[in-house]
Design a protein around this ligand. Structure first.
Ligand code: MRU
Length: 315
């Protein structure tokens, strides 16, 4: 059983250090500088977990930064990574409680945590039901990319929440998990989660993903999201878009599982989503590299976005 990915112990933010996975190590953060550093180094990662980190970061800011520095501290946390919508949403939720005092800020941050848990369970159940409608009763062969599991949220997960819900019904044959270059969230994190819950799985290199679909080895693709634009374009970990293309070509469903906090009505379409560029040395040493962390899947390739509130068919 994995510990909660992110939590509050009364004094500090407690995190599963995602850089150490597959070893499960807890670490804690007590100040804004430490949190901004942890977000940048992906000690905490995954859009829903970043939302909770943002909200709890405001709690740290209230405790450790004087009133004059509070706005700047909140802005730094919100900008620590640009693509996941949830980070700034989490900061804004906790910050809105500032006029009511520190206890209200903490209560708002803990509500972000608790709502994420509830949202993931609802997404899982809704996504499982939808896959039953689209693919039949199963057992289903599913394909996922990156990590959209418990370790990207507080617990349960979004795309892997769908897998968990289906698995609970005995309806998962196996999961294909892309390794997810360059930081291997699929091989290091998703694989660990699937092993922990007893779902049969295989890791494939990213370059194999589209041909796995073309060869008819999976029935549906289920991924998470970092930001969903108002028109349904989806930013997710780099390498997602080729899976959507292959799924469309093969005529199988491409589902996006994400909480409403990932849907950003202020971003009209994918062209307006800021794609994080990360350091070249994550890709290769001694050579120039281009390292975009996310790509955008156009809404016409998305069968449905499944949230805790709805099944949205943007295509
Ligand atoms: O760079 P990361 O690891 O923070 O990337 C986020 C992700 O884990 C994925 O893109 C995921 O599919 C969406 S978050 C559940």
């Amino acid at each position: 059983m994995l510990p909660r990915t992110i939590d509050w112990d009364g004094e500090r933010i407690v995190l599963v250090d995602q850089t150490a996975l597959p070893d499960v190590r807890l670490t804690s953060v007590t100040g804004v500088d430490g949190l901004v550093d942890a977000i940048g180094r992906l000690v905490v990662r995954g859009a829903p977990a970043l939302g909770v980190a943002g909200a709890l970061g405001v709690v740290l800011a209230v405790r450790t930064v004087g009133p004059a520095g509070l706005d700047a501290a909140c802005a730094r946390i919100a900008a620590a990574r640009p693509t996941a919508a949830n980070l700034a949403v989490g900061v804004a939720r906790a910050r809105a409680a500032l006029p009511a005092g520190p206890d209200a800020v903490l209560a708002a941050a803990l509500a972000v945590r608790d709502e994420d848990i509830a949202a993931c369970h609802a997404i899982g159940a809704r996504g499982a039901a939808l896959l039953g409608e689209l693919c039949g009763p199963g057992p289903l062969r599913l394909h996922t990319h990156c990590n959209a599991g418990a370790l990207a949220c507080v617990e349960w997960g979004t795309a892997l929440g769908v897998v968990r819900s289906l698995h609970g019904l005995g309806r998962v044959a196996h999961v294909v998990a892309d390794e997810t270059r360059p930081l291997l969230q699929g091989a290091r994190i998703t694989a660990v989660e699937l092993a922990a819950i007893g779902v049969p799985y295989r890791v494939v290199v990213d370059g194999a993903g589209a041909s796995v679909i073309a060869r008819g080895l999976v029935d549906a693709v289920v991924v998470g999201a970092d930001r969903v634009a108002a028109n349904g374009d989806v930013a997710n970990k780099i390498g997602t878009y080729p899976l959507a293309l292959a799924a469309a070509r093969a005529g199988i469903p491409f589902l996006v599982a994400a909480p409403e906090s990932t849907v950003d009505p202020a971003t009209p379409d994918g062209a307006h989503i800021v794609i994080e560029e990360r350091a070249a040395d994550e890709v290769v040493h001694g050579h120039p590299a281009w390292n975009p962390a996310f790509d955008v899947t156009p809404h016409d390739l998305v069968t449905a976005v499944v949230t805790e509130a709805r099944v949205w068919r943007p295509g």
